[in-house]
Design a protein around this ligand. Structure first.
Ligand SMILES: Cc1cc2nc3c(=O)[nH]c(=O)nc-3n(C[C@H](O)[C@H](O)[C@H](O)COP(=O)(O)O)c2cc1C
Length: 370
């Protein structure tokens, strides 16, 4: 039967533009946030980081590596911060370099919560919703050590953490970021509050799904009020098996993330970014309906790395508005050109993901040199 194409909305391509709030993307390939620990002990982005992000500016939007809003929230040795004006000035150089190439860049603000150690955060206190340690080890300045038992945050400390997110977001926007992404994923502080395993509080921040969602609602709302919702994204990873958050009960996951997104919907955020094994599945698509805004998906860590075919399919099937791509972009600064032309790709070198220098960071060849 002939189709009247004028009545059929065109299927967007991975290589077509899209707007996420105030941020206009030239294509739908988004660089996933990727911790690379090259900021040294100062946490100030330097020349090497400027070059790394500049190389990757042809994606529709870069989401920076997780960046700590205050020193106590630092989760990795060598992680950059946005806790001071000096760190913001370092980021300003990164943002300017990306903008000079015509790119877009948002800063991921990450509070590690209990996912850190005094030999990472400069001997500061480790704060979390409840005094329950992650049953694992982390890499510190003194080698691998078990995660410590954190201190349960007081209400005043919860308020202070919200203010730290706000101050960090303001610094990022003043330094020229196109937006900020609140890191609510991968078992760090925000997901610790959402998780019925990590959050055993008996006050208004614990217990019911609504109470467990309260802190995330407060952080995102306060940041949106401070810098404008159309410049704020949120990343979540419901059911991800990281940092002992144990979100294994689908009904509870739906209730918790559902009430979270019901409360965030009226804000009109730039985007929601969801990391989940099945972007096209019931859970993610239900959360998308509840959020009622632009969706970025990423399914990578549950199998191999995100492939061209997956990214094309996720957009063409209408599962998302954009796709976050991690490891393929570590290895291919010009990934958009490679995927558009069906060119071969460099292989990532995982042993150098967290190394200190240029090797495995800014030395992956571009197409013409490959
Ligand atoms: C080296 C490395 C560092 C990462 N750092 C972060 C991070 O800082 N923040 C975050 O939200 N996710 C982080 N992730 C998860 C990625 O954003 C992404 O979800 C994951 O790599 C899967 O996507 P891919 O298959 O395209 O690589 C990291 C992943 C890797 C491999």
């Amino acid at each position: 039967m002939p189709v009247n194409t004028s009545e059929v909305s065109p299927v967007p391509s991975l290589f077509s533009p899209v707007s996420l709030g105030k941020i206009e993307l030239a294509n739908r390939i988004v660089m996933a946030p990727l911790t690379r620990v090259r900021a040294g002990s100062s946490g100030i982005p330097g020349d090497l980081m400027v070059e790394y992000y500049r190389q990757r500016a042809s994606v529709g939007m870069i989401i920076t590596e997780g960046t700590y809003p205050d020193h106590a929230s630092q989760g990795y040795v060598g992680e950059p911060g946005i806790a001071t004006d000096e760190q913001a000035a370092g980021w300003q150089r990164v943002f300017e370099a990306v903008h000079a190439e015509g790119g877009r860049i948002v800063l991921q603000i990450m509070h590690a919560g209990r996912g850190t150690h005094p030999d990472i955060n400069g001997g500061r206190r480790i704060l979390a919703p409840s005094a329950i340690a992650i049953d694992n080890k982390t890499f510190t300045e003194k080698g691998e050590q078990p995660y410590p038992v954190p201190e349960a945050m007081t209400t005043a400390e919860i308020r202070a953490a919200v203010e730290d997110f706000v101050a960090a977001a303001r610094r990022a926007i003043e330094a020229g970021a196109d937006g900020v992404e609140i890191h609510g994923a991968n078992g760090y502080l925000l997901q610790e509050f959402l998780s019925p395993a990590a959050n055993q509080r008996t006050d208004g921040y614990g217990g019911s799904p609504h109470n467990r969602a309260r802190f995330v609602v407060e952080v995102v709302t306060a940041v949106a009020q401070a810098v404008g919702a159309e410049r704020v994204g949120l990343r979540i990873s419901p059911e991800v098996d990281l940092g002992d958050v144990f979100e294994t009960d689908r009904d509870d996951v739906l209730a918790t993330y559902g009430t979270l997104l019901d409360q965030l919907r009226p804000l009109g955020l730039a985007y929601l970014s969801v990391l989940h094994a099945e972007p096209g599945g019931d859970l993610v698509q239900e959360l998308r309906r509840r959020f009622d805004g632009k969706l970025i998906v990423n399914s990578g860590p549950f199998g191999g790395q995100t492939t061209r075919e997956q990214a094309l399919q996720q957009i063409e099937a209408g599962h998302a508005d954009a796709v976050a791509v991690g490891r393929a972009l570590i290895a291919n600064p010009d990934l958009v050109e490679r995927w558009q032309g069906g060119h071969p790709e460099n292989e990532p070198r995982p042993e150098l993901f967290y190394g200190p220098g240029a090797e495995g960071y800014t030395d992956y060849p571009f197409l013409e040199a490959a």
